[in-house]
Design a protein around this ligand. Structure first.
Ligand SMILES: C[S@@+](CC[C@H](N)C(=O)[O-])C[C@H]1O[C@@H](n2cnc3c(N)ncnc32)[C@H](O)[C@@H]1O
Length: 239
């Protein structure tokens, strides 16, 4: 589907019919050929906002997948870049890309749920790309708390958000339609596959971050089409 080396429609259906973790394990070897991987062009545009080369000792990419975000984090970290994900298969795929990433920081992978990361005040920078929709709405606060606890005081959490599109827009209707199908699927089939659009949106996410001790900066208008709706959130842990 989409790319000759990407998954077939049937394989994507198999992914959606299993759990989120198992689904990504199944998709791992073909994930880089799907539109679900955060594009390098977008990450390269974000990179200057993450910090100067060598400006933090350790950096963390939450829900790292096959390592798209870790590539841009590595030059910013002096000592260590950690990728955390609950899919072992995705991290195995990411590890094959490490030799092609710039920078000299060590690279490590930790299998963990983003809502309960096993780190305490360990990182100067954390990112999360392409995974907002995998956090159930009821777990959003736990996820943000888990990231906050992983950061040193003064550490930053950087991710992409957006504003709610107008209710008559195509993107709103398609997203709501997709979400309805996922809710129906999860009512009928267990374990659930958690993937929903229109989550972690502004301005709500700013308030949610503030509850977890972040000071929040919103950087709008940074991206060209087709990413122009994306808004960069830079949240600094202040307490
Ligand atoms: C769409 S991929 C994005 C991967 C990568 N960050 C990127 O931008 O290309 C989502 C990733 O999030 C991981 N994931 C989803 N929910 C998770 C959770 N609760 N804890 C840890 N990883 C999770 C999946 O295993 C998958 O690797």
């Amino acid at each position: 589907m989409y790319h000759p080396k990407g998954p077939t429609f049937l394989e994507l259906m198999q992914q959606a019919l299993s759990s989120t973790t198992k689904g990504y394990d199944l998709l791992a070897s073909k994930f880089d050929y799907t539109p679900f991987r955060t594009p390098d062009a977008l990450l390269d545009r974000i990179a200057p906002h993450l910090g100067a080369p060598g400006s933090v000792a350790r950096a963390l990419d939450v829900c790292c997948g096959t390592g798209a975000g870790m590539r841009v984090l590595r030059p910013i970290a002096r000592d260590l870049v950690v990728g955390a994900d609950f899919s072992r298969g995705m991290m195995e795929e990411a590890s094959t890309h490490v030799p092609s990433w710039e920078g000299a920081a060590k690279v490590a992978f930790v299998q963990a749920d983003a809502r309960a990361l096993p780190f305490r005040r360990a990182f100067g920078l954390a990112t999360c790309f392409g995974a907002n929709g995998h956090i159930p709405v009821t777990d959003e606060q736990a996820f943000l708390r888990s990231v906050a606890q992983s950061l040193e005081m003064g550490g930053r959490f950087v991710f992409l958000s957006a504003r709610m599109p107008p209710v008559w827009s195509r993107s709103y209707l398609v997203s709501r339609g997709f979400n309805a199908v996922m809710h129906a699927r999860n009512l009928v089939l267990k374990p659930p596959f958690v993937m929903f659009y229109l989550t972690f949106l502004l301005p709500e996410v700013k308030r949610q971050l503030e509850v977890e001790g972040f000071e929040v900066e919103i950087r709008e208008g940074l991206f060209e089409p087709p990413f122009s709706a994306a808004i960069l959130v830079v949240a600094t842990r202040v307490r």
